[in-house]
Design a protein around this ligand. Structure first.
Ligand SMILES: [Zn+2]
Length: 291
């Protein structure tokens, strides 16, 4: 299997809850696994118009604080914007690799809170929406599905694809926390202290329901923030529960022969080793199942 990564994803945000060093640590943790690391290329700014508005992209290009960018929880600085743009190229490349090799793993991506015309959370450029729009526009796929298992609802993707039958959006998340919810094609909003058992039961049911339809590609947002040791959530999911989650998603897709582009999404554990372990587990399991 191939994994997409760039050192430029690692940006010094000081004592921020979003520790971008996790990307490098995940890459290092995969050393010796046989997973090949590939460097992404940033998309042209023009190409990002598939998802984002001209005014917003102009703000980003010029690192301008505006009503559209002030909603970000990250500073609007060149390294941050460039990392976000490069990540969009990374998710597209992950999708292209998945179409050829059944799966690809992006050590980055999953910035699912970015809207067409404004930033939100830690997300400036929506890499998932960009990759899917690009693959649809180029005829590489006809239908895609987003399986969003990050702790937070994929509100940006839900909004972007709400009128588009070509992309099915599914999000399973903690209900009563950030963000303000948009409506996905299927949402499962769960209460605090949700356990492995409850989560896996509902996820299995949802996957059965969704995968009755046919898709050419799935983007799996494998956030590690549903973990019980995460600082942003209150779920009681364990590391082995999250492995069971990944296995459920991968086996369901494999059974239907749907290729999968895996992106990391969020992860803010008290112990960064836990965040790294969870993402490493996801990558190794994908390698085991998809080769
Ligand atoms: Zn999240």
């Amino acid at each position: 299997m191939k994994a997409i990564y760039s050192d430029r994803y690692v940006v010094d945000l000081k004592a921020h809850v979003f520790v971008t060093g996790k990307y490098r640590l995940v890459k290092e943790a995969l050393t010796g696994s046989g997973i090949e690391i590939i460097e992404p290329q940033p998309p042209d700014w023009e190409d990002l118009k598939l998802v984002h508005t001209n005014d917003y992209l102009d703000d980003l290009k010029n690192y301008r604080v505006s009503e559209r960018t002030v909603s970000s929880e990250l500073p609007i600085e060149p390294e941050v914007i460039e990392a976000s743009r490069l990540g969009a190229g990374g998710t597209l490349l992950t999708g292209l690799i998945a179409l050829e090799e059944r799966a690809g793993f992006h050590i980055g991506g999953g910035l699912h809170h970015a809207f067409p015309d404004h930033a939100e959370g830690f997300c400036f450029i929506n890499d998932v929406a960009y990759a899917l729009k690009k693959l649809l526009a180029s005829g590489k796929i006809r239908r895609g599905v987003i399986i969003d298992c990050d702790l937070h609802q994929g509100n940006g993707n839900a909004f972007i694809f709400k009128e588009e039958p070509d992309v099915f959006t599914f999000s399973i998340h903690e209900e009563d926390i950030y963000p303000v919810k948009e409506r996905s094609d299927l949402d499962i909003g769960l209460p605090p202290f949700t356990t492995d058992e409850e989560y896996l039961h509902l996820l299995a049911q949802a996957l059965r329901e969704i995968l009755v339809q046919s898709f050419d590609l799935a983007v799996y947002i494998a956030g590690s923030d549903p973990y019980q040791g995460d600082r942003l959530g209150r779920f009681n999911l364990t590391i082995s529960g999250l492995m069971a989650r990944d296995r459920l998603v991968f086996e369901s897709l494999s059974e239907k022969e749907i290729p999968v582009a895996i992106v990391m999404g969020g992860g803010y554990a008290e112990r960064i080793e836990d965040t790294v372990q969870i993402h490493k587990n996801t990558a190794l399991l994908a390698q085991e199942i998809f080769g």
